[in-house]
Design a protein around this ligand. Structure first.
Ligand SMILES: [Zn+2]
Length: 114
């Protein structure tokens, strides 16, 4: 869908088109990274994340000491997002396994060139 306010060259990805993990199992007990509120980088999107997310899904890791998890937390710390590694609970919101996300080409909610 082209948003006329953005001109012809930019494309807004609709909410329904956001990526979902195909086999989103129960990630309770996995680890995720809680952060200070962080608005979605997509232009015009009102979503504000309280966790490290991708395409509005909370990224979860099976192991609390996964090097990838630690690396992402370290990066969030450097940009002042105050990350805390916590145990994921389904009440936090929809989740996606980090590795499933990575395998899907790291989709995010963003305004993309056509
Ligand atoms: Zn968004």
């Amino acid at each position: 869908m082209v948003d006329p306010r953005l001109g012809e060259l930019e494309l807004v990805v609709d909410e329904e088109e956001l990526w979902h993990e195909d086999d989103a199992g129960d990630h309770a007990g996995w680890s995720c990274v809680r952060t200070d509120p962080f608005p979605c980088p997509a232009e015009g999107c009102e979503f504000v994340a309280d966790f490290m997310t991708a395409a509005h899904l909370i990224l979860v890791w099976e192991e609390r000491d996964d090097p990838n998890l630690l690396r992402h937390a370290e990066r969030a710390k450097r940009v002042g997002r105050n990350p805390r590694i916590v145990e994921y609970e389904p009440s936090f919101g929809p989740s996606a396994s980090y590795y499933a996300w990575e395998a899907s080409g790291r989709p995010v909610h963003a305004v993309r060139p056509e």
